[in-house]
Design a protein around this ligand. Structure first.
Ligand code: PAF
Length: 287
């Protein structure tokens, strides 16, 4: 087997003018730029996004910013894992060219006054249980896109509603960047990779893959023509019996409009969010 290719750490930028100068220099040379927005705590799912970025573009920029405005008052903003040095080391494995690590004042100066609200798509699913979350996401992603000015930005399909909300905001506001979703990376037992998996204790980690198992089973039954209602009720009961709770939602939605579906005829998604102990897990699968 060939030894792994080793790269240098990406160049770290915390100054917007310096970042823009680097990106503009690449553009002048005709090099395409792909952005991977993250909140750090990078895992193999993020690294797969960066590998994808390097496969489709010449330059990969990874932003690392734990965005306070997308966390609710009782959510995990304070305990969200932060270790930029470790993140930069991990990025060295990927060949990422730049890491954009803005300071809080660059993102939100004290008199910051603007918010991007995407109506409709944000009303159910995570939007229903995390008020203000998607306005925080849409606003920070719009800023990141304007700061970096990439040709393409990549988002994991694990946050499927987020991906659709960002696509819509980018289209509605003519942001002129292509948004692409990248399939979820999973552990061998099916658990979707997430920075929050590190909160799980051993017993919870053993139960966590049941979430994906339930989603996959429901998707298969829907594909075979079953109606959603009874499958979803059984799914909630199974997750609850396994130790999840509360199950915030388990739903079947149109993959583009996110409209609820009882039977599946075109592209659809089964999506869930459930607590396991103190940890909130989300996942979804294509039907
Ligand atoms: O998916 C995430 O990590 C975040 O929501 C994002 C897109 C980086 C915005 O803060």
């Amino acid at each position: 087997m060939d030894p792994p290719i080793s790269h240098a750490r990406p160049t770290r930028f915390s100054d917007r003018a310096a970042l823009r100068a680097a990106v503009e220099a690449w553009r002048r040379q005709g090099e395409s730029v792909v952005l991977v927005p993250t909140m750090g705590a990078l895992h193999a799912g993020h690294l797969a996004l960066v590998a994808h970025a390097k496969a489709i573009g010449r330059r990969a920029v990874v932003s690392i910013f734990v965005n306070p405005t997308q966390f609710g008052p009782s959510e995990d903003f304070a305990r969200y894992p932060r270790d930029v040095a470790a993140d930069l080391d991990r990025l060295a494995e990927t060949g990422a060219d730049a890491a954009w690590t803005p300071e809080i004042d660059t993102m939100y100066p004290p008199d910051f006054s603007t918010r991007i609200e995407v109506a409709g798509l944000t009303e159910g699913l995570c939007g229903a249980v995390r008020p203000g979350h998607f306005a925080g996401v849409a606003t920070v992603v719009t800023k990141l896109l304007n700061q970096v000015r990439p040709d393409i930005a990549l988002f994991g399909e694990k946050d499927f509603q987020q991906l659709q909300v960002i696509r819509r905001a980018v289209r509605d506001l003519d942001l002129g960047v292509e948004i692409r979703g990248v399939p979820t990376i999973r552990e061998a037992d099916g658990l979707a990779l997430s920075s929050r998996n590190r909160y799980l204790d051993a017993a919870e980690r053993a139960v966590a893959p049941r979430l994906h198992a339930v989603l996959a089973r429901i998707a298969a039954a829907l594909r075979a023509g079953a109606a959603a209602g009874p499958l979803l009720a059984e799914g909630v009961a199974e997750l609850t019996a396994a130790g999840f709770g509360p199950v915030q939602y388990l739903e079947v939605r149109d993959a583009e409009t996110l409209a609820p579906l009882e039977r599946v005829e075109g592209p659809a998604r089964v999506l869930a969010a459930a607590y396991l102990g103190r940890t909130r897990l989300i996942d979804n699968v294509a039907v």
